[in-house]
Ligand binder design. Structure first.
Ligand SMILES: [Zn+2]
Length: 308
């Protein structure tokens, strides 16, 4: 394996490229403040793709750890300065209609930007939304307060926003929100904004069957799974060709780390994000333990992000 740093647009500069003991690669870039930059990667010097868009920087040092590097024979990096409006920072997933940008916000809240649209999952007051474009689509997994808040939905929804909700969530929406909502029962699907959305049953010890949805999004030839609050269930293991999975793991509400490990090893996504992983004790060690237990033999990239 070789790792190359490639300087393209002055004055962005790779000042450090370090192979870590787990074979991931830690990158440090130095760049003028007040601008946004996109880190790109390639397996050859002719086929670059987006890896990560940094937020507009307030310090000159930018850090990124590439968790895919251990699984690749060759990896090159470069960085480009971005211009334009409505820039959203986060990880990239390439599709035939441009990249999905995936941005963790907090606990169970995440946002995706794709094809000019903003998708918000489980927006609640504990997350902040400053600087983000308003939502074109809001997906709510279930009624618990760490996932569902009608005031926050009104705060983040854009003028032509749609809402996807299981029946119990729909029943808790305001009349205005109901008018723009689509009810999805477990295993139902709908097409919105060029995305096919499938409701996957999300249930377990603390969540009765039928009350909650996970979601699979088919968009631009890629598949993203967001688990919601669930145990390790056969409906999850049966999902095929998942590119990116967001999987919950905390007690007593979702999976144990062991259950999440078994579930994800069966699901075999290409990339997995532990989310919703803080335990009642306040500990946030589940994510790192999950990464350790999952191992590297299946080639699944585990991305640890700051959700709290
Ligand atoms: Zn929850």
């Amino acid at each position: 394996m070789c790792v190359g740093g490639h300087l393209v647009a002055q004055p962005v500069e790779f000042t450090r490229i370090q192979r870590l003991t787990n074979n991931e690669v830690a990158l440090t870039l130095t760049a003028p403040v007040g601008r946004a930059y996109r880190l790109e990667s390639a397996a050859s010097l002719t086929e670059w793709g987006g890896l990560f868009t940094f937020p507009t920087n307030v310090t000159s040092s930018l850090q990124y750890t590439d968790a895919a590097a251990p699984f690749l024979a060759t990896r090159y990096y470069r960085a480009v300065q971005l211009s334009g409006t409505n820039l959203v920072s986060g990880d990239h997933l390439a599709t035939v209609h441009g990249d999905v940008i995936m941005q963790p916000r907090n606990h169970a809240t995440l946002v995706l930007q794709w094809n000019g649209k903003m998708l918000y999952f489980d927006p609640v007051p504990t997350a902040t939304y400053t600087g983000l474009p308003k939502a074109d689509l809001i997906l709510v997994t279930h009624t618990h307060s760490d996932h569902f808040n009608t005031t926050t939905i009104d705060a983040v929804r854009g003028p032509a926003c749609a809402i996807i909700a299981p029946p119990a969530v729909y029943n808790g929406l305001s009349a205005t929100q109901k008018a723009i909502a689509t009810v999805l029962t477990n295993n139902a699907s709908v097409d919105l904004l060029g995305v096919t959305i499938h409701a996957v049953p999300a249930y377990g010890a603390s969540h009765p069957l039928g009350a909650g949805n996970g979601y699979v999004l088919d968009l631009g030839g890629k598949r993203i799974y967001v688990s919601g609050d669930t145990g390790d269930q056969p409906e999850i293991r049966a999902l095929a060709d998942i590119d990116v999975a967001f999987v919950s793991m905390n007690q007593p509400y979702t999976m144990t780390v062991g259950a999440a490990t078994n579930c994800v090893r069966s699901l075999r996504p290409r990339v997995v994000y532990p989310y919703h992983y803080r335990d009642q004790s306040g500990a946030t060690t589940n994510a790192a333990t999950f990464k350790q237990w999952l191992g590297t033999d299946l080639g699944i990239e585990v991305r640890l992000r700051n959700w709290y």
